[in-house]
Design a protein around this ligand. Structure first.
Ligand code: 3PG
Length: 220
């Protein structure tokens, strides 16, 4: 029998101000603070720094220390060693592109908010067994997108999802409008050329548009 989860989770508390979560690959730690400031100014306080670059942990450290309005977390966390390193750097939440027993154990040991990714009913059931009911749905577009999320709503009424992977400015409102979607995420919010060129105003504008679109969709 699966545990019924109807409480407010630590993830809900963190994400309440964030209908959109930028998925960030920071190649140069010097970009971390202005990038975070630009996104926060655009209404996106929750930032996922993926551990896909050698600068990622330093980026988390700098944002945690220098951008108090940001809630910085680590993404693309694949194993307990990365989980621990991200926490040490100042990550306030951890996102994984999938799930492993070892990562569930890290989450329980540390108490750090953890958003594992799922793409199938069995993975959702495993997460619920572990007491988790807030998931990343990855890769959203290639694993069934909106239709899949609607289908998950039947058997898993307590589960909430943050779709990422193929979410863009064009389709984010359709995702955000779903009742079992707590946020949407994606990398489109920090285009490489804008980051490299230091065009922070353009990134703030992108963030503002996305937040407004998500909020409007949720209100409908
Ligand atoms: C992720 O880790 O969430 C994805 O790489 C983001 O996918 P996107 O680049 O399609 O937004």
């Amino acid at each position: 029998m699966l545990e019924k989860i109807d409480r407010v989770t630590p993830v809900d508390v963190l994400m309440q101000s964030a209908p959109v979560i930028p998925v960030l690959v920071v190649e140069d730690a010097a970009h971390a603070v202005p990038l975070a400031q630009a996104l926060v100014a655009g209404g996106m306080p929750v930032l996922e720094i993926t551990l896909r670059s050698s600068a990622a942990l330093e980026a988390i450290r700098r944002i945690a220390q220098e951008v108090p309005a940001a809630i910085v977390g680590a993404g693309t966390v694949l194993n307990p060693a990365q989980f621990a390193a991200a926490q040490l750097a100042g990550a306030r939440f951890i996102i994984a592109p999938g799930t492993t027993e070892a990562l569930y154990a890290s989450a329980k040991d540390t108490g750090l908010p953890f958003i594992p990714a799922v793409a199938t009913p069995s993975e959702i059931m495993r997460g619920l067994e572990h007491g988790f009911a807030r998931f990343k749905f990855f890769p959203a577009e290639s694993m069934g997108g909106i239709a899949a999320l609607k289908s998950f709503g039947g058997p898993f009424p307590d589960a909430r999802f943050c779709p990422t992977g193929g979410v863009t400015e064009a389709n984010l409102a359709s995702y955000a409008a779903l009742p079992n979607v707590f946020a949407v995420g994606g990398s489109w919010l920090a285009p490489k050329d804008k980051v490299a060129g230091g065009d922070w105003a353009a990134i703030t504008a992108l963030a503002q548009r996305a937040v407004k679109a998500a909020q409007d969709a949720k209100r409908k």
